[in-house]
Structures are given as C-alpha cells and as structure tokens.
Design a protein around this ligand. Structure first.
Ligand code: NAD
Length: 565
C-alpha cells in the first residue's frame, strides 16, 4: 500500500464549501466522495485504505490514491477517467453527458473468480477488493445502511408479531462499518439488542456515535440489563466484547432463547474479515500473519459452530435470518454443511417485495459540508411524499437519532412509482433538489448515489437474488445491463464490482452517482438515470415473474417486451 499519503493526512475527509479544486463540479464531487470514504470518522481503517466490510478499499495503494486525485483535478468536462481496481489506468475524450469516471473493481473471469486467485493477484498489487460502496466512493458511514436495517427489522416485526419489536430481544454479531447499524435499527423499532463484537474499539465507536447505548463487561451483565429493558418495554442496546459464536452457544447453554437471531460479522471473508474463537484479536492477527492456512481453518471451524448455534436457536423458537454476510454459503461450500440454508436470507424474507417496485437505498450527500443543506432536502421529502407514512416517520427518526459522519448525508428508500406526468419517485426528488441548488436554497451541489444492494443492480445468489422465483439467482447479465444503462443515461460515475457483501465470486453489482449542480444538464441526467435505474429493478423482477413487479410495470408504464400476462 505504501505510506499513507500526505494529501490524505491534510484532507482528513472531504473538502467542503463552494470553492472547487477541479475543473467542474462533477470531477470535484468524485474527489470529495473519495476523500469522504477515507475520512477517519467514516472509514474503519483509513490508514490502510480500508473503508468497511472486511477489506473493502477506496484505492489500490497510496500512490494510486494520489494519482486519482491528480487526474480528477486535471479532468476536463468532456473527458472520462478509467479506474481499474482502485488505480487510474486511462483517460479519454468522450462528451459532456458521459460519465466523468468509470470504475471496475475486483472482477475476475468466472473460472478464476475465487478468493485464492484474488489474493494472489492482490499480493502482486494488481487488483483490489472494492466491496460495494468502498471502491465506488459512495460510502457514507454507518448512516448509509441504517434505513435498510431499520426497514428489514420493521418488516420482520410486522410479519412475525404484527407489531414492532417492543419487548423483543434481538441478538447478533458485528459492530463494524455496516453491522454497527444493527443496534440503532433495533431500538428505532423499540426492541432490545445484544451484539457481540471481538474488538473493544469498535464497540466504543458505536457508543460514541450513538448507534449503541452501552458497553457491558460481560454477557451476564448484558443479559441482566436487556431483561430489565424487556420487562419495561423500553428500547435498549448493549455491546459485549466476545466472539459471536461463543455468545450464541452461551445463550443456548443458559437456555436464553432470544426472539430474533442474526449475524453481521464479516464472515464473507474467512481470512481477513471473520475472527475465530479461542484467540484474542492480537493472537488471531498474529496467526493470520504467520500461518494464513491455519487461520482459515480456525475461522471456518468457528463459522460452523456459529451457524449450528443459529440453527439450534431457531429450533428452540428464535426467528433466524442471515444478514447478508454469506455465513451460510461459507459453511455449505467449504465445510459441506448441508442444512446451513435452513434459515432464510434477509432479502427473500423481507426486502424483495420492495425491489419488485424498484425501491432501494437511495442516498445523497451535501458537498457543501453544511448540515442545513440536508435538512432542506428532508423538507423536500416531506413536501413531495406526504402520503408515505413510513417515509415521514423515517425522516423524523433520522433527524432525531442518526448522527452525520463525514459529509452530511441522508438515505431513504425510494422507488419507481410514477406520478401523473410519468416522473418516477427518485427522479421527482432529484429534480427538486436540483431546483433548490439552482435557486441557492441549498448552498452547493448535492451528489445522489446509492448502495449496490438495489433493486436491479446486483446478482448475488446467497443474498439479493437468493431463491428467485424463476431460478435465475446466478445470472449476472442484470448488473452488467444496469451499469451499461446507467452510462447510457449519463450518470456521472458508474461502477461494476465483483464480490461485494458475500465475497469474491459470489456476486456482481453496480452503482451510479449523479451530481445535482442546479444546471439543465444535471436535470436531464437526473431524469434519465433515476428512471432507468429503478426501472431495471422492475424489469428484472417482472422477468422473473413477480406479480408486484408486473403490477408496478402496468401502473407506471414500464415497457416489458414479450410480456406474457
Ligand atoms: P466490518 O468488517 O467493518 O465489521 C465486521 C465486524 O465484525 C468487525 O468489527 C469485526 O471485528 C467483527 N467480527 C468478525 N468476526 C467476529 C466474530 N466471530 N465475533 C464477533 N465479532 C466479529 O464489516 P461491515 O461493514 O460491518 O459488514 C459486515 C458484514 O455484513 C460483511 O460480511 C458485509 O459484507 C455484510 N454486509 C451486509 C449488508 C446488508 O445489507 N445486509 C450490508 C453491508 C455489509
């Protein structure tokens, strides 16, 4: 990686305000978002270029980071920069409506598409793990996932309890970049959460940023406090420093069966993400250095126990689901554990109906750095979608309870659903923001982007496309079409990655950014991108035969060729 860049040390996050270093706001937005990803308040290990999700990086090396900044500063309004696995590799004259940056991260040809080949190439400095939003410069900290986690748990509570999570205990693992959102999402749904995390500093960080209420000294202490809160019907969350597999086994031994069990440790990566039981963090880090094969064995041993404990808790009455870290896939393929998939993934269980309507985690960041700009966008949401009660509730909760990290940002799930003029929800919102920027009500441009985990942008058979109705879980044409379509529609950054969320070879996905600078060009781009992008979600699910998607296509006039019904 080389020594951390001097420029990075100087920036300490995204530059803010309305003066720009680049030749246009589109290039400037890329520069700010890259630095925002590596803000010490946003990224998990910025000195190693790691943003979140195990080893998800924003640039391949510090030299590549410096080179990307130089290129962005020199990039003209009609040029496109190419970034291959976190390194700038070329620049061409294209045209003004084309993307300013095109990114491909971590992709390998099918036969070679596994961690072994990846790690060999990574060690030679030729490839980088981009996770999802790390390598595409769209990560905004734990706030980026919070609404998805909140919506998932709200849907679980509706399905299981016809209510919220009041009086219910949720146990989980992981308090890292994304996983750290879990306790707050539980308490926002009025429930009680105990989370196991091996690293004390991660627990502390979540307490400091108000994602977690307390740090308990032991599991017994955590249980005692959790029971008090459950009895009182109060929301409560507590972190305990221990291995998640050990915690679940300890709960079974005590006959403490939680209402809900899940996990979001970085199990997708058995070498650099997940921690084996029986070692302190320092001992495990040393073992990884000294004997990576032994580390992987120990890590998979623990994962097997971890999955078994989830299955046992499920047998004894807990609602169990996998939270997108591929822990079931890991033990099925690497340990032959045939019943690993006896508990469902969160997408088929709780998210797919939203995907069918093109709904997904839409997010935006105020490039000014001024929180007032985000509060103005909250007002815009309230003005545009007053009939959407859960969205109204979400905006209130987010304002009250979600601290900003790095550039002030907001996430909300918006979809296709057109109005009487045929404008989609996402486009309506983006066009309104663009107007507010043009009128000076928002002080600098706003960049709109999204997670790769979205309706039409990902193929991931153990997660977003698990158990598709027509068996097309592993067909990866869809995310590629999505990226091509985003480019055709004029998004300002477009990326395609392999392996996000669930590990190399297990997924393909894409995302986009559009910079709303108040210009007519930005309005044109926003109208096109925020129609085609959620539209892909409708098309993909309609093609698989989901009634909700076919209904959305009918209601919103999405053209589906060869539609049988
Ligand atoms: P992260 O690496 O920042 O955090 C994971 C945390 O788990 C770390 O703090 C690590 O110390 C801890 N940990 C690892 N093994 C452990 C163990 N055995 N017991 C207790 N703690 C352990 O990663 P993240 O960004 O939080 O993502 C976590 C996982 O969730 C990844 O696999 C990621 O791909 C997946 N993910 C899911 C979603 C989703 O929407 N469901 C979104 C993003 C990420």
């Amino acid at each position: 990686l080389g020594e951390p860049s001097e420029q990075w040390r100087r920036y300490q996050g995204a530059p803010t305000g309305s003066d720009i270093e680049c030749k246009g706001w589109r290039q400037e937005a890329a520069l700010r978002m890259l630095n925002n990803n590596l803000d010490p308040d946003v990224a998990e290990r910025p000195e190693d270029l790691v943003v979140y999700g195990g080893t998800g990086r924003a640039a391949r090396s510090w030299a590549a980071y410096d080179a990307i900044l130089t290129e962005l500063r020199e990039l003209e309004d009609d040029e496109t920069l190419l970034v291959q696995s976190g390194k700038p590799v070329g620049k061409f004259t294209t045209h003004e409506r084309a993307p300013r940056v095109l990114i491909a991260n971590s992709n390998l040809v099918g036969h070679w598409d596994d961690w072994k080949h990846f790690h060999e190439l990574e060690a030679q400095g030729k490839i980088m793990y981009g996770q999802m939003t790390a390598g595409s410069w769209a990560y905004i900290g734990t706030q980026g996932i919070i609404q998805g986690t909140y919506e998932t748990l709200a849907e679980l509570a509706r399905q299981e309890y016809e209510s919220d999570l009041r009086g219910k205990l949720v146990v989980t693992g992981g308090l890292g970049g994304m996983s750290g959102a879990q306790p707050l999402a539980v308490t926002m749904n009025h429930g009680v959460c105990i989370a196991a995390e091996v690293k004390a500093d991660r627990i502390q960080r979540r307490v400091e940023t108000d994602y977690l209420m307390e740090f308990a000294d032991s599991l017994d202490e955590a249980l005692e406090r959790a029971h008090d809160a459950l009895d009182a019907g109060e929301p409560y969350s507590v972190g305990v420093q221990m291995n998640a597999a050990d915690m679940l086994e300890a709960l079974l031994a005590r006959d403490e069966i939680p209402d809900v069990v899940t996990d979001q440790t970085s199990a997708h990566d058995e070498l650099e993400g997940y921690y084996p039981s029986g070692y302190s963090v320092e001992e495990a880090d040393q073992l990884r250095e000294d004997d990576p094969d032994a580390y992987v064995e120990a890590s998979l041993d623990t994962m097997e126990r971890h999955v078994q404990a989830i299955l046992d808790l499920q047998d004894r009455g807990a609602v169990a689901f996998e939270y997108g870290n591929n822990i079931r896939g890991q033990v099925e393929t690497q340990r032959g554990m045939t019943n690993a998939f006896d508990f469902p993934g969160f997408v088929p269980a709780y998210i797919r109906p939203m995907f069918c309507r093109g709904r997904g985690p839409f997010r935006w960041a105020a490039l000014s750095g001024d929180p007032a700009d985000i509060y103005r966008t909250d007002e815009a949401i309230r003005e545009l979608f007053p009939e959407n009660e859960s969205l109204m509730r979400w905006i209130d909760l987010a304002q009250e309870q979600v601290s900003f990290q790095g550039l002030p940002s907001r996430v909300c799930w918006l979809g296709y659903h057109t109005d009487e003029d045929g404008v989609t929800e996402r486009a309506r919102f983006a066009l309104k923001i663009n107007e507010l920027v043009a009128e000076g009500e928002i002080s600098a441009p706003v960049v709109v982007t999204r997670d790769h985990l979205d309706a039409g942008s990902v193929a991931s058979p153990n997660r977003e496309t698990e158990a598709m109705r027509d068996g097309t879980d592993a067909i990866a044409d869809w995310p590629i079409l999505n990226a091509l379509l985003n480019t055709a529609a004029g998004a300002d950054i477009v990326s395609v990655h392999d392996g996000g969320g669930v590990g190399i070879g297990n997924s393909l996905h894409s995302n986009n950014h559009v910079v709303l600078d108040g210009s007519d060009l930005a309005a044109d781009k926003a109208r096109a991108v925020f129609t085609t992008d959620p539209g892909m979600g409708v098309v993909r699910h309609a093609d698989a035969g989901y009634e909700d998607a076919l209904d959305e296509a009918t209601q919103s006039g999405v053209h589906i060729p060869m539609r049988a019904y």
